[in-house]
Design a protein around this ligand. Sequence first.
Ligand SMILES: [Zn+2]
Ligand SMILES: [Zn+2]
Length: 176
Amino acid sequence: MAKIKAWAAKAAKQKLEPCEYDPGPLNADDVEIVVENCGICHSDLSIIDNEWGISTYPAVPGHEVIGRVAAMGAGAQGLTIGQRVGVGWGAGSCMHCRECLSGNQNLCAENVPTIVGHQGGFADRMRAQWPWAIPIPDGLNAKDAGPLLCGGVTVFGPLHQFDVRPTDRVGVAVVG
Ligand SMILES: [Zn+2]
Ligand SMILES: [Zn+2]
């Protein structure tokens, strides 16, 4: 596989610089995605600056990724080459724990954050475990679709979880 061209912070609070990294052999469960567009979120800045003390360097931010599947590992399923997909905060999980098997894989103890210990979407390509590459309709504008994968789903998640109806009146408290 060719090297991946990316923008990376080499250490905390450093500017992003062009870099190349060798992604190694494609894991059986992973897909490789050619990035079409990637949004920016404040969590990217928090990781660049190591605000949470969990950053790994070089850090390639970008977790509002829209792109197309370019390669599939031998065990990857449910997607096809050329399919448009998006990757948000998570890029992998164990897929066999209670959380993973109940549709709460974002709560998996082995959840892999896309931009911590893993390289994100400020790049020409990136990788994710196949269940974390979410099919995105071709008709959706990539710039609009990207933020749905982080900020968008953060707002939509609780409305869905608590079965909020279109006629309900709600209040939204924002922290941070
Ligand atoms: Zn985010
Ligand atoms: Zn799991």
